[in-house]
Ligand binder design. Structure first.
Ligand code: DP6
Length: 342
């Protein structure tokens, strides 16, 4: 029997991925940029076992058995096995059945990037199991687009690429986390229920029905990516915050421009963004940036010097919101345990 356990954190996009040009290969219509969080709060943990004694393969997510027929899971498994088969010594192990056990230590499918951490973790564990040494971001992308960015720490760009086979649609580090060590992220859990429509459903519907999404992909994001890279490089928080908030708002404008609309933010989300604008105005410069994924929960980017004041404001204004402070991850994905002598 061989056993591998891996841990992977979520990433929070500051330039959002929204829309695919190829559903099967998961190829996006625009580049995106994110920061990968630490391993302290929001992580997926996956253990994979393979043994000649298993009569079948099984997969559990948060203790609930899942189908192994999911197209994305099948694609990831097939691709890793194809790469692993190049090594003749893998031949026997590739015939063994596997058991996958995955857990998130934070709400699943609540718009908190659970699939990003989950698939980054799964492909890292699988690659370790079969000794596959390749760029894992392209493999993680086949599970969930945003997962490709969680393969790396620090500030990461997912390049949309232009090859029809997706070979250049990969994630790359812009700057390591140590580049901006004062950067913090506050995750505000407004509601941990599953979202009404998944990101996959929402973005497909946006591509099919929104006019705004075409304008965003062609005319807005390319310029924004250049500006964001520069803001990160020069540690210009004011500019970084402006682009982050504008991009989050444009993504939600597209969600509303979708027919029927996808409403992800709620009244509390809007009240949080109002509060951040009031705070920034009071300070005379952007000190905090909010961003919302496909759900009502807020992620705030801010520097360490602001954390105490902003946390006390949140506790005062939104007492029922659970806030967690986190920092960026600098180290590669963890293989917690790997054993073949069981
Ligand atoms: C709003 O990666 O979950 O979080 O590729 O269909 O699995 P699929 O979508 P997913 O979408 C994430 C969308 C987002 C923005 C982002 O993380 O860039």
């Amino acid at each position: 029997m061989k056993v591998v356990t891996c841990i992977a954190p979520v990433n929070i996009a500051v330039i959002k991925y929204w829309g695919k040009r190829d559903e099967d290969l998961i190829l996006p219509i625009n580049d995106s940029i994110s920061a990968t969080l630490s391993m302290d709060h929001m992580c997926a943990k996956t253990t994979i076992m393979c043994s000649p004694d298993f009569e079948d393969s099984k997969f559990w997510l948060n203790g609930v058995e899942q189908s192994l027929e999911s197209k994305r899971l099948v694609n990831c498994l097939q691709e890793i096995k194809r790469l692993a088969s190049a090594e003749p010594s893998n031949a026997e192990m590739l015939r063994w059945n596997i058991r996958i056990c995955s857990e998130n230590n934070f709400p699943t499918a609540a718009g908190l990037a659970s699939s990003a951490a989950g698939y980054a973790c799964l492909v890292t564990a699988l690659a370790n199991l079969y000794g596959v040494k390749t760029d894992l971001s392209a493999l993680a992308r086949r599970g969930s687009g945003s997962a490709c960015r969680s393969i790396y720490g620090g500030w990461v760009q997912w390049h949309m690429g232009c090859n029809p086979d997706g070979s250049d649609s990969i994630a790359r580090v812009i700057e390591p986390s140590i580049h901006w060590p004062e950067m913090r992220i506050l995750v505000l859990v407004v509601n941990d229920a599953r979202k009404k429509y998944s990101s996959t459903t929402g973005m497909n519907r946006s591509v099919a029905t929104s006019d705004l999404i075409k304008h965003r992909a062609c005319n807005v994001v390319p310029k924004r990516v250049t500006e964001m890279r520069e803001a990160i490089k020069t540690k210009d928080f004011n500019k970084f915050a402006e682009i982050t908030m504008k991009d989050s708002n444009q993504f939600h404008a597209i969600a509303l421009d979708t027919h029927p609309p996808c409403v992800y933010m709620n009244d509390t989300s809007h009240a949080i963004s109002d509060m951040i604008h009031a705070y920034n105005e009071h300070k005379g410069v952007n000190k905090v940036a909010y961003t919302f994924d496909a759900g009502p929960n807020a992620c705030l980017y801010l520097l360490e010097s602001e954390v105490a004041e902003v946390l006390s404001l949140i506790n005062e204004c939104f007492p029922s919101t659970v806030a967690k402070s986190d920092y960026l991850r600098g180290i590669p994905l963890n293989i917690e345990k790997s054993s073949d002598d069981l």
